[in-house]
Design a protein around this ligand. Structure first.
Ligand code: ATP
Ligand code: MG
Length: 209
């Protein structure tokens, strides 16, 4: 059997320890050769705040993952025009790594619940399986109901201790001048400070999420 790779897509605005723990647990428990982080170039789902420039988000992901030889950062969605559809990204990785490589798309339960709203979810599910990261005790019937039997069959479940951190929360903290220490790696915290990201977030800082 060929090697298995994880793909962790996201806006990563900014990346935080919730993302990193999920990716590392998936890597270890599913014996993935690597996890490739894929920051969205142009998020296809409209956000209720101004998303930070893709290059900045990419650099933060790069800084956060550099010390882990099992992590990698991909520019594939930055270097492609138009909206960043996961299905296009998976097709690209399929071409790159060939049919013998197993591809796992790693997502939080909140994201996988919305899978049917993504672009061509069934074609996506033909190219990869999903690792749905949940907290222990999560009611799996929610997933089954949202996905249906066919997509659920393509979904593996990974229960990890919950890390209740979100990018929304970090943006809000940064906007309020609060510390991001222990929410994200020091290099990311420094980067956010140096570039004054989220400093004048205004409406975005108070957006729900
Ligand atoms: P936002 O608050 O802006 O929605 P976010 O923290 O959810 O940001 P995203 O970039 O939207 O981060 O998420 C990328 C992926 O990481 C998604 O699959 C999401 O479900 C997952 N994820 C986000 N936060 C966590 C967390 N704390 N633990 C596990 N997975 C997470
Ligand atoms: Mg989110």
């Amino acid at each position: 059997m060929g090697e298995a790779l994880g793909i962790m897509g996201g806006t990563f605005d900014p990346i935080h320890f919730g993302h990193l723990v999920a990716a590392e647990e998936a890597r270890l428990q599913f014996e993935l050769a690597r996890v490739i982080f894929v920051p969205n170039g142009h998020p296809p789902h409209k956000k209720d705040y101004d998303v930070t420039a893709a290059e900045r988000r990419y650099e933060m992901v790069f800084l956060a993952t550099a010390s882990n030889p099992g992590f990698e950062t991909s520019r594939v969605e930055l270097d492609r025009e138009g909206p960043s559809y996961s299905v296009d990204t998976l097709a690209e990785f399929r071409r790159r790594f060939g049919a013998g490589t197993r591809l796992y798309f790693i997502t939080g339960a909140d994201a996988v619940l919305e899978l049917l709203t993504w672009h061509e979810p069934r074609r996506l599910a033909e190219m990869c399986e999903f690792i749905a990261v949940i907290r222990p005790g999560y009611d799996l019937r929610r997933l089954e109901e949202a996905l249906g039997a066919d997509l659920m069959a393509r979904c593996r479940v990974l229960a990890i201790p919950g890390v209740d951190i979100s990018s929304t929360g970090l943006r809000r903290r940064a906007a309020g001048g609060e510390s991001l220490r222990y929410f994200t790696p020091p290099a990311v915290e420094q980067y956010i400070g140096a570039h004054r990201l989220y400093a004048d977030l205004g409406a975005g800082a108070s957006a729900a999420g």
